[in-house]
Design a protein around this ligand. Structure first.
Ligand code: ATP
Length: 306
């Protein structure tokens, strides 16, 4: 296994008694990528992340994190982690909480003070630094958790549902932070059910179900991929439909609504012209790219998870 990868797992398996949480997970995440980990509830995402972090021992299989065994302290000091279900020391203030975690990383005092300052500003909590965590809202706890995950300037950071408690402004903030981490060369491993967020931030995604990787897709392939066209047309005769097959497939007329998958976006004007020349009145003409949600349903299926 090679150090050019931030994460490598081979035939990774975890059983909890009779429950197989992860069965044969194969994954390679190159350094510097923002990688999304998608799957229905109970697919084994959190268990996999805990194994990558060396917090849960695999039943079998191999893992390399930054080219090394995950449980090594030296490796852990180069990782960051925002857990999905965090429970922080609520009697500490935001600043004390970050100081505690910085000391656990053995960050020298002067450097830690400067880093905490920087991170409190970054996550928008500078004015709440002396308030106890018990007074923080869920969104504020998630922000301070994110600051904690970045204290040591990790080479690889795992964010497990980082935006679940955040309002739209908070989500935008996390998105911007992930972008700037990517610019700095940090690998970000993002577990999220918010597909619209994933679509904007990730380079590639893995779809997992029942503890296995079903598919890995690059998000640019969505942008370059198929376009579906829905048009509202009146007086289109069914005899005109075969003529559309020069530009499209899966052509279907449902009352006044025409559906098709367009082979090449460049043919959209020709399709429009053809419809008009066939005597139809076109009231709406809406080409759409496949969304990550469409792809998720296509790969994972409608039955979802647990
Ligand atoms: P979600 O999207 O709902 O957070 P997930 O994909 O993160 O789900 P996991 O939390 O990894 O899924 O759980 C995978 C399976 O393993 C589930 O069936 C879960 O009940 C089981 N499981 C996870 N942790 C344990 C544990 N400590 N003991 C027993 N079973 C567990």
């Amino acid at each position: 296994m090679s150090a050019q990868f931030a994460i490598q797992s081979l035939s990774l398996r975890k059983e909890f008694g009779k429950t197989v949480a992860v069965r044969g997970l194969n994954l390679e995440v190159p350094r510097g990528e923002v990688f999304g980990f998608l799957g229905p509830n109970g697919a084994g995402k959190t268990t996999s992340i805990k194994m990558f972090l060396g917090l849960v021992a695999p039943t079998s299989g191999n893992i390399r994190i930054l080219g090394e065994e995950p449980a090594k302290t030296e490796i852990r000091s180069r990782l960051g982690f925002l857990p999905e279900h965090f429970r922080f020391h609520e009697w500490l203030t935001g600043q004390e909480f970050l100081t505690l975690h910085g000391r656990l990383y053995s960050i020298p005092s002067a450097r830690l003070t400067a880093r905490i300052e920087e991170l409190l500003e970054l996550v928008g909590l500078a004015e709440f630094r002396h308030k106890q965590l018990r007074t923080y809202s869920k969104g504020m706890l998630q922000r301070i958790g994110l600051a904690q995950a970045l204290l040591n300037r990790p080479e690889l950071v795992f964010l497990d549902e980082p935006t679940s408690g955040l309002d739209p402004v908070g989500r935008r903030l996390v998105r911007d932070i992930i972008r700037s981490l990517k610019t700095e060369g940090t690998t970000v491993f993002l577990n999220s059910h918010l597909l619209s967020e994933v679509e904007i931030t990730c380079d590639r995604v893995a779809f997992i179900k029942f503890g296995e990787v079903l598919r890995v897709s690059s998000l640019s392939s969505l942008v370059d991929g198929e376009t579906t066209l829905t048009a509202r047309v009146h007086n289109l005769s069914p005899e005109s439909l075969p003529g559309l097959s020069a530009w499209a497939k899966d052509i279907r007329l449902d009352g006044n609504t025409l559906h098709m998958v367009v082979l090449d976006e460049e043919s959209l004007p020709a399709i429009n012209r053809y419809l008009v020349e066939s005597g139809a009145q076109v009231y709406a003409f809406s080409p759409q790219k496949m969304s990550l949600e469409d792809l998720f349903i296509q790969v994972v299926g409608m039955d979802g998870g647990l």
